[in-house]
Ligand binder design. Sequence first.
Ligand code: NAG
Ligand code: NAG
Length: 300
Amino acid sequence: MGFKWTMMLVLCVLIGGSMGAKPNKPIDVPFGRNYEPSWAFDHIKYLNGGSEIQLSLDNRTGTGFQSKGSYLFGHFSMHIKMVAGDSAGTVTAFYLSSQNSEHDEIDFEFLGNKTGEPYILQTNVYTGGKGDKEQRIYLWFDPTKDYHTYSVLWNLHQIVFFVDEYPIRVFKNNKNLGVKFPFDQSMKIYSSLWEADDWATRGGLEKIDWSNAPFVASYKGFHIDGCESSVNAKFCANQGKSWWDQKEFQDLDKTQWRLLRRVRDKYTIYNYCTDKKRFSTTPIECKRNRDVPRNSRKEN
Ligand SMILES: *[C@@H]1O[C@H](CO)[C@@H](O)[C@H](O)[C@H]1NC(C)=O
Ligand SMILES: *[C@@H]1O[C@H](CO)[C@@H](O)[C@H](O)[C@H]1NC(C)=O
């Protein structure tokens, strides 16, 4: 609660200052415009002429859907209302992924919980088939109560994860430091709801209670504004010409960096960048992504 007010205050104070890097407002379209079911078709329900859908998970199967097109860069967003009540052991995912073996991937994963206990949002980035860049945060609202917007801005310079208008993670292109960055494999957008009670909730301690099935997650929006390309495309035909390529989207502005820092400071549960057990030396991209704690680097 406190967070929301602080956010509004920060926004009000800073709004007169350097703005400008806000992605274009998503345009809501019906599911069928951009997406199609990928498995367990009978577990997807269409409402309001397909402008809203519900995925359901029961003891037989989960379900999922994927974009019709493949994209190299762009802005992808979804309004989602997570499984309500006892959702322990369920995972709702929204992600971009290329289709080959050394694949790239940009992930949002929402880990359910017992009634009244907080969801965890886990994000990850895969480059050339390698992940190991998990971050986990709590959200500052109950994601089962209302629709919230989860989106990805991806261009040649950075990947930004947004929750509503707040950036919650940045992965910059650090190719000059030898860090791989997704840039030459087109991706499809996916979403799914499935059972992962071996790891999801309290590290696998909380099992799914099937007597609460079906578990239902709702979706709206289905916004895609990307450079559509073939599955095997190596570059985007309009590279450099789209709105998301322009200067103001090549880095976060000052306000966004501050909002991001607030989210990190207040809501981080886990960050691979500070996991000394896994990485005895801090992964090289962490500093430029400003993922290492304040006291270990110089502030601007
Ligand atoms: C799955 O759920 C249905 C409906 O609750 C129940 O009748 C059935 O026995 C369950 N099947 C298994 C394998 O648990
Ligand atoms: C579930 O709730 C417990 C207890 O509040 C918490 O430790 C955990 O981080 C929450 N989220 C998940 C996904 O386990």
